[in-house]
Design a protein around this ligand. Structure first.
Ligand code: ZN
Length: 59
C-alpha cells in the first residue's frame, strides 16, 4: 500500500527493524502510520505533529 507521506511502508514493526539492520544509516525510530496503516522509519509525520493523528501506538 502506498502512503500519502511518500515514505517506505512496512507491514509490521519487525519488517521495519529488519530493514534498519540492513541499512544502518536509516532512521532508528520505527513508528506506526495511521494514513496507510503501516510502519515507517524516521521522524513523526506532519499529521502527528499537527495533532490530527497520534503516535501513541509506536513503541
Ligand atoms: Zn504511512
Amino acid at each position: 500500500m502506498t502512503c500519502p507521506t511518500g515514505k517506505r511502508t512496512f507491514d509490521t514493526r519487525a519488517q521495519a527493524r529488519t530493514h534498519r539492520k540492513r541499512h544502518p544509516d536509516a532512521p532508528r525510530r520505527a513508528y506506526y502510520c495511521h494514513a496507510c496503516a503501516g510502519w515507517h522509519l524516521g521522524r513523526l509525520t506532519r499529521p502527528v505533529k499537527h495533532g490530527t493523528a497520534t503516535n501513541q501506538q509506536a513503541p
